[in-house]
Ligand binder design. Structure first.
Ligand code: ATP
Length: 449
């Protein structure tokens, strides 16, 4: 993971939060290219949910909901991790992660491995962040920052049914921040205290739950490979019966082989009618569907694909990262990101900062702008500028040189193959647009096979 973390810092994707104060646990800020990459990942998710199908609608619910939400959902009583303290090194561990946790003493071993380790019994620790409403903090003012976006969707089930005129099967999708007071230090942006989720609750007639569960497992697995993750690095892992949440009859994780090992990217769960029933009982509202045709009344079952934006970004970054040895023995670091995810699609680079080259380059930028994310860069040697664009994963570099001034052609450099091609400025936007939209497979796939 270290080279990816270093690149993220060096190129302004991700910074440790509050760095000038020494940082704050498990919290990161996204810089310019991080924001663009994250936005492209979220856009790709919305596209798959909304534009490429017509049975899902969007929602943006509040982060702070009525506190009874969390009573009904079971989070207040049960959204806990088993916490173990070490009296010797004062570190805290998740009991279920003990085998992978490093002990605080030196030389570092596994927690509990050293005879000096003095571990406490596990105690349950609620992961929800508490805050309060109003100037006086009393028992009635306590509220929680949502630990998942899903519950806001269940609370709006009736609204969507009525006002979006939907009938099962249909889904409600939401992207937004969630908060968890995670005990164990995460691996970079893999596990953070605040994180964005991309969640969709798909409401179905109970008899169809099994087939929709299969459908969403396939859809979500394919989404990652479509956006460039190598299939060999991805797997679907069904939960063992003892791993299942109390409400779930089946759950499978899409796992990616991160440098830290196989880890969850996204969970797909068959939640049954648990959530709607719980909220109906607690609120007194009927959260059900009446089918006019069959005259049948039922509580829909729910299939939930729940993904994390930061974790997806990390998987896309890890999968794209490569240190390549070139023919001349040089190495270059390149992010082989899917063009749809690349923060910048085209870099326009005048070879020199004079002789009319910057003016022509600016003219090209103006022609591309609005069609694709484009960056102009005239600072430093051309080699350095190419390396910088390779490291942020820019698929194409357009170089303006002395010949451009004579015949209005430019050099187009392909990030992956390093092929350079002379193309006319006229029609360049259309050519690049078509190439950026073409099917793309990571060159790392070909090498692996
Ligand atoms: P884990 O077992 O890793 O704690 P989880 O099973 O509790 O995850 P879910 O509640 O299923 O996670 O949340 C859905 C998705 O949200 C996860 O697959 C992950 O991508 C993301 N996610 C959950 N917790 C965090 C976190 N602390 N930081 C970053 N992303 C997270």
């Amino acid at each position: 993971m270290d080279p990816v973390v270093a690149l993220c810092k060096r190129r302004g994707f991700v910074f440790p939060a509050s760095e000038i104060y020494g940082g704050i646990a498990n919290t990161y800020d996204y810089g310019h290219y991080g924001v663009l990459l994250k936005r492209n990942v979220v856009d790709a998710w919305w596209r798959a949910m909304l534009e490429e199908r017509d049975d899902v609608v969007a929602l943006d619910s509040a982060i702070i909901q009525h506190p009874r939400t969390w009573e009904a959902s079971g989070h207040l009583a049960g959204f806990t991790d088993p916490l173990i303290d070490c009296r010797t090194c004062k570190r805290r561990f998740r009991a279920d992660h003990l085998a992978e946790s490093a002990c605080g003493t030196r030389p570092s071993k596994r927690a509990g491995e050293d005879p000096a380790c003095e571990l406490t019994e596990a105690r349950e620790f609620n992961l929800m962040f508490e805050t309060s409403i109003g100037p006086v903090k009393d028992a009635g003012s306590t509220v929680f920052l949502r630990p998942e976006t899903a519950q806001g969707i269940f609370l709006n089930f009736k609204n969507v049914l009525q006002f979006a005129r939907r009938k099962p099967p249909f889904g409600i999708a939401q992207v937004g921040k969630s908060f968890r007071n995670e005990i164990t230090p995460g691996n970079f942006i893999f596990r953070t205290l605040e994180f964005e989720q991309m969640e969709m609750e798909f409401f179905v007639p109970p008899a169809e739950a099994g087939e929709w569960y299969e459908h969403w497992m396939r859809e979500r697995f394919d989404w990652y490979t479509r956006y460039g993750i190598r299939p060999g690095k991805l797997r679907l892992r069904p939960h063992e019966p003892d791993e299942l949440s109390h409400y779930s009859s089946a759950t499978a994780d899409v796992e990616y082989e991160f440098p830290i090992g196989w880890s969850e990217l996204e969970g797909i769960a068959n939640r049954g009618d648990f959530d709607l029933t719980q909220h109906a009982n607690a609120s007194g509202e009927k959260l059900e569907y009446f089918d006019q045709q069959t005259k049948e009344r039922y509580v829909p079952h729910v299939i939930e694909p729940a993904a994390g934006v930061g974790r997806s970004v990390l998987a896309f970054l890890c999968d794209a990262y490569e240190e390549e040895t070139l023919e001349q023995g040089e190495t270059r670091t390149v992010l082989r990101l899917h063009p749809a995810l690349a923060p910048v699609k085209v870099a326009v680079l005048p070879l020199v900062k004079k002789d009319g080259q910057p003016e022509v380059a600016r003219e090209i930028v103006a022609a591309l702008r609005g069609r694709m994310s484009v960056e102009y860069d005239e600072g430093g040697s051309i080699g350095k500028r190419y390396r910088r664009q390779d490291e942020i994963g820019t698929p194409y570099g357009v170089t303006v040189d002395h010949q451009t001034l004579e015949d209005r052609t430019v050099t187009v450099r392909d990030r992956d193959s390093l092929a350079q091609e002379r193309l006319p400025i006229d029609g360049l936007a259309e050519v690049l647009d078509a190439r950026l939209r073409a099917d793309w497979t990571s060159p790392k796939c070909a090498r692996a096979s």
